[in-house]
Design a protein around this ligand. Structure first.
Ligand code: URA
Length: 432
């Protein structure tokens, strides 16, 4: 086959700060996906993009080329409007678990293609796989059936969806090119647009435990993704939300499923409930559904009913006992006072070291491993009271998890009228 371009000329163009043309972008994505551009050439181009950037038009074309590398799903046959949520990920972020059935219980269809965890943030599929029997891989026909029958489906993206992103993401992971806004935005949005949802709410996390710790960068990423979604005909908005402190009181797969069940039973930690209800309201509004009351649907069991049907439809047993790690150890407070801060990143790394996360794609994880948090910023604690319970099947992991928790919590005395210095849960709402 005679190729339209050489990879080297495209790499040189980006190295020299030029804007890539549509044919150049279309060719490089297609040629890389079919194996005609080598990993070392694509690595050089990714690094040039990381260093020199892309303008909005280039990002949009790059995203479109990634969508065109595979199939685009279509849910137009459904009687309900489709809406999805994507989070850029954080420690203890289990929101998808209660949110998808909740939004379905309020009248929308939620086709949620999720991923696995890498590094200190967990993945939705890993969490759900701690439910005995639950299956992440569905055919498109199975996905449609679960969506029709239950109103929500959470499953793995099939091999046919944005295959260019699968190759590019694996390459970025090993070439230090994950952190480029054009590459992150195109990676996330190509999958979400190809997934076929009509509306999308993005939860872009910021703070020490987030992928984008700097809030200005998080807002920039959100603006780019909102633009990409709306230009592709997907009604899209973004919330910038806090990830300085872990979300809820658990980090780890089965532990987070347990906490999600509390939320679906009308209880659960207030930050998880608040964010779940707020995201549900945003999703329902974007989907054009008025008059639903997500907070009530958590309390009256309607969201739980959808959850149970959805889990069963994917082979899971909603009544099965969740896995529990073989060993646990408790870390106690060294002094009495108010918890002033808790570093989400340190807690995330500790959970990962306990076996809740993986270092490389494909590694096995422990379903029961992770951390229970007994006091959060603002809580008053006594010296010797439990602060964390660490869970693992491999007790040898406790020492390295404890090491990562050193300095993760500050306890002190609040002067009268003094407030805890932490990010508000919702920092900004971005609609264009
Ligand atoms: N998640 C993705 O899917 N892609 C990225 O580039 C980063 C996070």
């Amino acid at each position: 086959m005679i190729e339209a371009f050489s990879a080297a000329e495209i790499i040189a163009a980006k190295r020299d700060h030029h804007v890539l043309s549509d044919p150049q972008i279309d060719w490089i994505i297609d040629a890389y996906t079919r194996g005609a551009v080598a990993d070392e050439q694509m690595s050089a181009l990714l690094m040039a993009i990381l260093l020199n950037g892309m303008n909005l038009y280039e990002i949009s074309r790059w995203t479109d080329a990634m969508i065109r590398s595979g199939e685009r799903m279509n849910w137009s046959g459904l009687s309900r409007p489709t809406v999805d949520k994507h989070s850029t990920g954080g420690v203890g972020d289990k929101i998808t678990l209660p949110l998808a059935p909740l939004v379905a219980a309020c009248g929308a269809a939620v086709p949620q293609l999720s991923g696995r965890g890498l590094g200190h943030t967990g993945g939705t599929l890993d969490k759900l796989e701690s439910i005995p029997g639950w299956r992440a891989s569905l055919t498109n026909a199975e996905m449609l059936k679960v969506l029709q029958d239950c109103g929500a489906v959470i499953c793995a993206a099939g091999a046919g969806l944005a295959p260019a992103d699968k190759k590019l993401y694996a390459l970025r992971d090993v070439t230090a090119t994950v952190e480029a806004i054009p590459l992150i935005a195109s990676s996330i949005m190509s999958k979400k647009i190809a997934e076929g949802t009509s509306a999308l709410v993005l939860d872009v996390k910021t703070g020490v435990g987030a992928f984008m710790s700097d809030s200005k960068k998080a807002a920039e990423l959100a603006h780019v993704m909102v633009g990409l979604g709306n230009n592709a005909g997907v009604k899209t908005l973004a919330l910038i939300t806090a990830m300085d402190v872990p979300l809820g009181l658990t980090a780890g797969n089965a532990l987070e499923v347990g906490e999600s069940l509390e939320v679906l039973s009308g209880g659960g930690p207030s930050d998880v409930v608040e964010l779940t209800v707020l995201l549900a309201q945003e999703m329902l509004e974007l989907a054009g559904i008025r008059g639903a009351d997500p907070a009530a649907a958590l309390k009256n069991g309607k969201a739980m009913d959808v959850w149970r049907r959805m889990i069963r439809a994917q082979g899971g047993d909603p009544d099965a006992k969740l896995p529990v790690a073989k060993e646990n150890t408790v870390i106690t407070a060294l002094r009495s006072g108010t918890v002033l801060s808790m570093d989400a990143m340190k807690v995330g790394i500790a959970a990962w070291r306990l076996g809740a996360g993986r270092l490389r794609q494909g590694q096995a994880i422990q379903a029961g491993a992770g951390i229970e948090i007994h006091a959060k910023p603002g809580d008053v604690i006594s010296s010797g009271a439990p602060l964390f319970t660490l869970h693992s099947d491999t007790p040898a992991a406790f020492a390295s998890a404890q090491e990562s928790l050193i300095g993760s919590v500050t306890i002190g005395d609040l002067a009268a009228g003094e407030k805890i210095d932490r990010l508000p849960l919702i920092i900004e709402r971005i609609t264009d």
